[in-house]
Each structure stands twice: as structure tokens, then as C-alpha cells.
Design a protein around this ligand. Structure first.
Ligand code: SF4
Length: 379
């Protein structure tokens, strides 16, 4: 479907907020029907169920970007996730090879609510990382440091890694990426998630004593001594996921006591104390596959975002699935993408006045892609 010129007046958001979900669902479906395969609505695993029900593809952030980029018909992506995911989709879907395949036509990426950020990604700003890099240069040879950014980061940080011989990782390939980095350099600067960096490096035999934490708000050297930085193998950025940070060792102990034989399955963004006590630690994809392949009757406590755990419970009634924490741990920013925002962004798009378009500038996209492509060569 071709849409009208983008100069049309934008529809205001406020009236959508008072509509019932049934009406919003109907109107969203009407836009989907009208736009056909040119439109892809992507639903991250942590999204609420009503949004997932209206998504064309469900997955984790990188998986969704790749699936959308591989679509030959897609011209519009509405990403029901958070800001860095929409940036990654823009970079991957509009990389030179894909643009050439589409004779230069860009895919436009839309984030239904611009306030859907990621608290972890926000913990590492590009100026902080550049300043840390300069400070590190006073103490160690930065030519011997590989910067590694978790994909949950702003495009500017991926570009930083691209420019400095570094690489991107996901929670499913972090170990392979660290091995790649150590084949090239003596040290790694890992950001923004200290827990994924630490849990992965510990598995590889690196000790906590070799992993100083860099606090971007500390007065000097990220709060470390020169000696600690010189003895380091992995310098961990002091960032975390506000959702996975909430799981505690006492939650594991309480569930093991209440349900003998229970299996503890967690995401490696959880703190070390939880990761160490778990039976299995793995990415979102690994968590889903583990539950899918387990025998009926398996008892699980799962430490990851609440919407995903609840969906696994619904989809696997043959298993007993508990949420690892007694309190709600959900991604509040992802939750901002509700049916009202989705309907508003879709109807604006269909009316030829796209809102909340995410477009990474060319230079940042080019260097980010280099860091992403290095990752693809590793795994
Ligand atoms: S779950 Fe954590 S890492 Fe994922 S988007 Fe939400 S805040 Fe960011």
C-alpha cells in the first residue's frame, strides 16, 4: 500500500487513551489489513499479551531486527520494544546490502512511545564512555583493550565499539564474543551491563579480582586504583537491568525449600549471587527453548521479565512454572507500549503522517554496523 505524503497533520494521542481495548484492537487490525505485508509489527518477548497478539513477529531484540530485515516486502516496522531495539532495527534493515536489494528504498522504523527507553542502556552515555576511555589511556594501553557492548545499548555505543576495534554481543553469544576479544587484546571494557559481563567472564575462569567495576560517577578512574586497572582482564561498566537486578539469592532459597526438586532458570542479567545458585542461566531464547523441551511435570522458578514468564506459564500448562521473585519484576518502559500508543502510531502512519520515527544518523549507523557484523562473524 502506498501512503499519502508525510505532510499531513498528525493525529493527537490523547483521544486514544480513553478507547476500550476492543475498539483499539479492531482499529489496529484494520490498519494491518490495509497496509498488508509492507507493515511489520514486531513484539518483544517482554511485551504485554494484547500487544503480542497483534504482532507479526515475536522474539528478542536482535532476532526481531534480523527477521524484519530479511523480509522482502517490509517497508514499515513498528517496533513494540524499547528505543535501542528500534535503532538496531533501523541499522540492520537499512544496511547497504539491504538498501541495494530494495533499489535504495528505506524501511522506516517507528517506536510507538518515545518514552520507551531502557534503564540499562541509559546507564552508559557516549560521553561517559569516551571519557572513561581517555582516563583508561592514562593507566593502561587502550590499544590493548577491546570494547564490548551488550546489544542493549544506544547506537552511539555500538558505533564507539566499531571505531575502536570492538564488537557487540547478545546474552546468547557473550562468551564467544569475549573469546574473540581476548584473541585480539589483553583486556575488555564491557558495557553497559556489569552482570552479563561478570557472569560470562566467571564461566571463563576470570576472577572477580580481575574485574574492577567502572563507576562513571566516581571522581577518578571509575573509582578504581591504577593497580586494579593494570591487573584487570575485564573492566565492567557499572550498569544493570532494573528488572533482573531485583532477583535475590533468598528468592532461590525460599523456592527450593518450598518445592523440592525445583529447577532454577535465570537470565544472565541477574546478579552473580542468583546466577551462581541457578541450575541454568541463559538468554531469553535459551529460557524459552529450555521450557519447551522439558518433560511434563518439571517444576521451574524462572528469573526473567514477568510478562515472558506468565506467557510461558500459559503456553506450558503441563509444567509447573513459578516466578522467581515474590515481587513484580517487569520492564516498566517496555510496558509503555500499549494498544493506545500502537493504534495512534499506526493510524498516523496509515494517514501519511508517521510519528516517532527512529532514524540513526549515517555515520553512527555505519560504525555500529561494523561492530554488529564483527559479532555475526563470531557466531
Ligand atoms: S528488561 Fe532491562 S535490559 Fe531489557 S529493556 Fe527492560 S530495562 Fe532494558
Amino acid at each position: 500500500m502506498s501512503i499519502a505524503a508525510p505532510e499531513q497533520a498528525k493525529l493527537p494521542l490523547a483521544p486514544y487513551k480513553s478507547l476500550a481495548n476492543s475498539e483499539l484492537t479492531e482499529r489496529i487490525q484494520a490498519v494491518r489489513d490495509r497496509m498488508g505485508p509492507e507493515l511489520l509489527i514486531l513484539g518483544h518477548h517482554y511485551q504485554q499479551d494484547e500487544v503480542i497478539a497483534l504482532s507479526d513477529l515475536r522474539g528478542d531484540s536482535y532476532q526481531l531486527s534480523r527477521m524484519a530485515a530479511d523480509s522482502t516486502s517490509c517497508r514499515w516496522i513498528v517496533f513494540c520494544g524499547v528505543h535501542f531495539m528500534a535503532e538496531t532495527a533501523d541499522i540492520v534493515a537499512n544496511r547497504p546490502q539491504k538498501l541495494a536489494e530494495r533499489n535504495g528504498t528505506r524501511v522506516t522504523v517507528i517506536l510507538p512511545d518515545m518514552a520507551a527507553g531502557c534503564s540499562m542502556a541509559d546507564m552508559a552515555a557516549i560521553d561517559q564512555v569516551e571519557s572513561a576511555w581517555d582516563d583508561l589511556a592514562e593507566v593502561v594501553d587502550t590499544a590493548d583493550i577491546t570494547p564490548v557492548t551488550y546489544i542493549n545499548s544506544a547506537a552511539s555505543l555500538k558505533a564507539f565499539c566499531g571505531r575502536h576495534g570492538g564488537i557487540v554481543c547478545t546474552s546468547s553469544n557473550a562468551e564467544a564474543v569475549l573469546k574473540w576479544a581476548f584473541a585480539r587484546s589483553r583486556r575488555v571494557l564491557f558495557f553497559p551491563d556489569q552482570h552479563l559481563g561478570r557472569n560470562t567472564a566467571l564461566k571463563m575462569g576470570i576472577t572477580n579480582a580481575q574485574m574492577p567495576v567502572w563507576d562513571p560517577h566516581a571522581d577518578a578512574y571509575g573509582g578504581n586504583t591504577e593497580a586494579a586497572l593494570q591487573a584487570s582482564q575485564v573492566i565492567l561498566w557499572k550498569g544493570h537491568c532494573s528488572v533482573h537486578q531485583m532477583f535475590r539469592a533468598e528468592h532461590v532459597h525460599a523456592l527450593r525449600k518450598a518445592h523440592p526438586g525445583i529447577r532454577i532458570l535465570v537470565h544472565p542479567e541477574c546478579p552473580q549471587e542468583v546466577n551462581d545458585l541457578a541450575d541454568i542461566s541463559g538468554s531469553t531464547g535459551a529460557i524459552i527453548r529450555t521450557v519447551q523441551s522439558a518433560p511434563a511435570g518439571t517444576i521451574w522458578a524462572i528469573g526473567t521479565e514477568l510478562h515472558l514468564v506468565n506467557r510461558l506459564k500459559q503456553e506450558h500448562p503441563e509444567q509447573e512454572i513459578h516466578f522467581l521473585s515474590p515481587v513484580i519484576c517487569m520492564c516498566a518502559t517496555m510496558y509503555r507500549i500499549n494498544l493506545a500508543h500502537l493504534c495512534w502510531s499506526l493510524e498516523n502512519l496509515a494517514a501519511g503522517a508517521p510519528v516517532n520515527v527512529i532514524k540513526v544518523d549515517e555515520e553512527t549507523a555505519r560504525w555500529s554496523l561494523i561492530a554488529l557484523e564483527r559479532m555475526l562473524q563470531v557466531v
